[in-house]
Design a protein around this ligand. Structure first.
Ligand code: PBG
Length: 339
């Protein structure tokens, strides 16, 4: 413990004094979470008036663009700052080279354009990665012979994807693919195109994690969860120093913000990154974390109302600037109720 915090034995110290009423507890609270800290991930699907439940994520639905527009009006009224869009691409449009990822009239590009016309102030975070678009479900393209994900060839497609998303009006581009050097080439391209205010939130430390299972279900990126192995590009969960190295590289390449993922099992990583770098750092409470909480709450093993704010506050306490969470709307309702 820091010396300044330790006052030594003192006969009248009573820690409970400052816990004795809710007013004093509010006054001395070290961490505050607000609706502005929340980012809601949304799944977009083709069609009209579509609302498809995702089995492993109770309460989360894939929505067609018309329904997304309505949803984001509500999101704005709740004071949530931003949304993050993820597509469910039809099987027939998935290819080995993921051409659909940079179709300027693609699902996400169209969604962004319509959202910007409808709710211009809600920030849009657009994911850059090929997994929703590849027939094999990997985040990059594969070397035919070895089956390896090719780094530099993938980057060439990622930059096209990023450009099409930025031109459509995305405020923030979020490369989640973990290819080396992609932030640099995206930033250089943006500068050349005059997109000087498009922000890059780099998924700098993204671990190869089993907690993404329900997400892959949601975007239909793989028919069988066990089969897809992303260990050759996502990080090894035994490593922390490597995460700091990844973050420093993404910053030197031109990232404005960092993202750590998954969330709760990686709070140590988040805290270390926050302590090391002076940039806004975000956390993603991922699909598997959402599913775990829901499963326990649906069984009445945990209290949903309590667990949502407790879990989200832990990210703020660890230093997160904001949190991507599927609980964003529930949390906003709880926060607005508590004022
Ligand atoms: C795509 C991507 C993934 C997530 C966000 N972007 C999945 C993956 O890397 O396999 C996971 C989000 C979640 O689980 O909620 N690269």
């Amino acid at each position: 413990m820091r010396k300044a915090l330790y006052r030594g034995p003192f006969p009248y110290t009573r820690m409970r004094r400052l816990r004795s009423s809710s007013f004093i507890r509010h006054l001395v609270a070290e961490t505050e979470i607000g609706t502005r800290d929340l980012i809601l991930p949304l799944f977009v699907v083709e069609g009209f008036n579509q609302c498809q439940p995702i089995e492993s994520m109770p309460g989360v639905n894939r929505l067609s663009i018309d329904r997304i527009l309505e949803e984001v009006v509500e999101v704005e009224s709740l004071g949530i700052s931003a949304i993050a869009l993820f597509p469910m691409i039809e099987r027939s449009k998935k290819t080995p080279m993921a051409e659909e990822s940079h179709n300027e009239n693609g699902l996400i590009q169209t969604a962004i354009r319509k959202l910007k016309a409808n709710t211009p102030n809600v920030l849009i975070i657009a994911d850059v990665a090929l997994d929703p678009y590849t027939s094999h479900g990997h985040d990059g393209i594969l070397d035919k012979r070895s089956g390896n994900v090719l780094n530099d060839a993938t980057n060439e497609i990622l930059v096209k994807q990023a450009l099409s998303l930025a031109h459509a009006g995305a405020d923030i581009i979020a490369p989640s693919d973990m290819m080396d050097g992609r932030v640099r080439i995206i930033r250089e391209k943006f500068e050349k195109e005059g997109l000087v205010n498009t922000k890059i939130m780099a998924y700098a430390a993204k671990y190869a994690s089993a907690y993404y299972g329900p997400f892959r279900d949601a975007i239909g990126s793989t028919p069988s969860l066990e089969k897809i192995d992303k260990n050759s590009y996502q990080m090894d969960y035994r490593n922390l120093k490597e995460a700091l190295y990844e973050c420093s590289l993404d910053l030197s390449e031109g990232a404005d913000m960092l993202l750590i993922k998954p969330g709760m099992p990686y709070l140590d990583v988040l805290k270390s990154v926050v302590d090391e770098f002076a940039v806004p750092t975000f956390a993603f409470q991922v699909s598997g974390e959402y599913a775990m909480h829901c499963a326990a709450c649906d069984n009445n093993w945990l209290s949903r109302e309590q667990i949502i704010l407790e879990s989200l506050t832990s990210f703020k306490r660890a230093g997160a600037a904001g949190i991507l969470t599927y609980f964003a709307k529930d949390a906003a309702h709880l926060l607005l109720k508590s004022i």
